[in-house]
Design a protein around this ligand. Structure first.
Ligand code: 5GP
Ligand code: ZN
Length: 114
């Protein structure tokens, strides 16, 4: 399945290694990495390698790995409380126009000690 990249897109550049990232899990279709401005420890982004700005523009076949990887990251972080968030469009707080799912751990105060 061929990936489509957009030269000016920062997440396409991250996928191609042109911008460094802290990679977590990668499959043929999907890439995940730590968010540069984490809302909590372990805040990760899971993105399709195929460039589409918004979820409804992404062909279904490029979505298949996304939630299994988000689940894998949740298990790896070992946090029972977390948000999976996906913004579409500027009014809905999307800043980077390449589909991405946030995996945001919500640790209890006691989880963060030490
Ligand atoms: P949005 O508001 O579009 O849903 O979220 C975009 C996210 O991408 C933000 O949480 C932001 O911190 C993250 N981000 C933007 N640029 C970069 C980057 O160059 N590297 C990484 N790792 N994350 C980025
Ligand atoms: Zn892109």
């Amino acid at each position: 399945m061929s990936a489509k990249h957009l030269a000016s897109c920062i997440f396409c550049k991250i996928i191609k290694g042109e911008i460094p990232s802290l990679k977590l899990v990668e499959t043929d279709l999907t890439y995940s990495f730590l968010d540069i401005g984490p809302l909590s420890k372990g805040h990760a982004l899971v993105i399709p390698k195929y460039h589409a700005a918004k979820l409804h523009e992404l062909p279904d076949e490029h979505l298949t790995d996304i939630l299994p990887i988000a689940k894998k990251l949740a298990l790896a972080v070992g946090c029972e409380n977390y948000n999976i968030l996906q913004n579409n469009g500027a009014i809905a707080h999307q800043v980077v126009d390449h589909v991405h799912f946030h995996m945001i751990p919500k640790p209890r105060a006691s989880d963060e000690e030490g």
